[in-house]
Design a protein around this ligand. Structure first.
Ligand code: PAF
Length: 279
């Protein structure tokens, strides 16, 4: 497994690679969600590249960039065991050298939901993903459905900028009790971890109601709030029923594919989750 630690090293290695290249961008501290994306690429592509880069430009000033969990040795062992061909691990200095001043903004999709809660977050994501695509030059790139807005934003960006990359979505991988896997789950204290599955339970209750015929968007949001509201230690930030592509909030009836999503704080940990609603 090749380790490439700068854009120049990646370009040199990439110039000698033949066949379909699949790419799994990550911020490390890998879990089954990441590894399921790696496996998708290993099945479909000739060469699989993963990246590990905790991207400072997608963290706000009061967010967890410094304390974001990191374990490079463990991550590399996991990727090697999956048969990954190369890992791109650029330093912050190599990605954003002095004088750096170019950013990518996906205008509308960046403003809603997570974008409203985390100003600048998606500008950082769009910028780093563009840079990673530039270095790795993948034919396909794999993103998890758990970060639903990120997935839609990257699809939009790839279309808008004519980037020759196919975006492949991987299913959200969950713990046996339903909690969506996330590197940030490690922040949860045991009593917080015990109540965290209520988020997915709330989403499932609303999705069940939808499947049974409930089409009123506000009623679906209310079902999530009722279930999650049983636990006063969970602070819901938002519950959204939005158009599946534009993420515009739906008022009235849900007659087209929609994304039911939420963000919540448990203690100091901020978690997101979602399910798709298909009429
Ligand atoms: O989903 C993530 O881990 C990150 O947002 C990504 C896509 C690797 C960009 O830093």
């Amino acid at each position: 497994m090749e380790l490439l630690r700068s854009p120049a090293e990646m370009h040199r290695w990439r110039a000698g690679v033949r066949g379909m290249v699949g790419f799994v961008p990550t911020m490390g501290y890998l879990h089954e969600g990441h590894l399921s994306l790696v496996r998708l690429s290993r099945q479909r592509d000739d060469v699989t590249v993963a990246s590990i880069f905790v991207n400072p430009t997608q963290f706000g000033p009061n967010e967890d960039f410094e304390r974001y969990p990191r374990d490079e040795a463990r991550d590399l062992a996991l990727l090697e065991a999956e048969g990954v061909h190369a890992v791109y691990l650029p330093s912050v200095a190599a990605m954003y050298p002095p004088g750096y001043q170019t950013y990518v903004t996906v205008e509308e999709l960046s403003k809603r939901l997570e974008g409203a809660a985390r100003p600048g977050h998606f500008r950082g994501v769009a910028t780093v993903v563009t840079k990673l695509f530039g270095a790795v030059q993948p034919h396909r790139a794999y993103f998890g459905k758990k970060d639903a807005q990120q997935l839609r934003l990257i699809r939009r960006m790839v279309r808008d900028l004519d980037l020759p990359v196919e975006i492949v979505a991987g299913e959200t991988v969950r713990e046996p009790d339903g909690l969506a896997m996330s590197s940030r789950n490690v922040y949860l204290a045991p009593d917080e971890r015990a109540i965290a599955p209520l988020l997915y339970r709330g989403l499932c209750a609303a999705r069940d109601a939808f499947i049974a015929g409930e089409r009123d968007a506000e009623r679906l949001r209310a079902i999530v709030r009722e279930v999650v509201g049983q636990e006063p230690r969970i602070a819901l930030e938002y519950v959204s029923v939005a158009d599946d592509e534009t993420l515009e909030e739906i008022e009235g009836r849900v007659e087209r594919p929609a994304l039911l999503s939420l963000a919540a704080r448990i203690g100091s940990t901020r978690l997101i989750d979602n399910v798709e609603l298909a009429p």
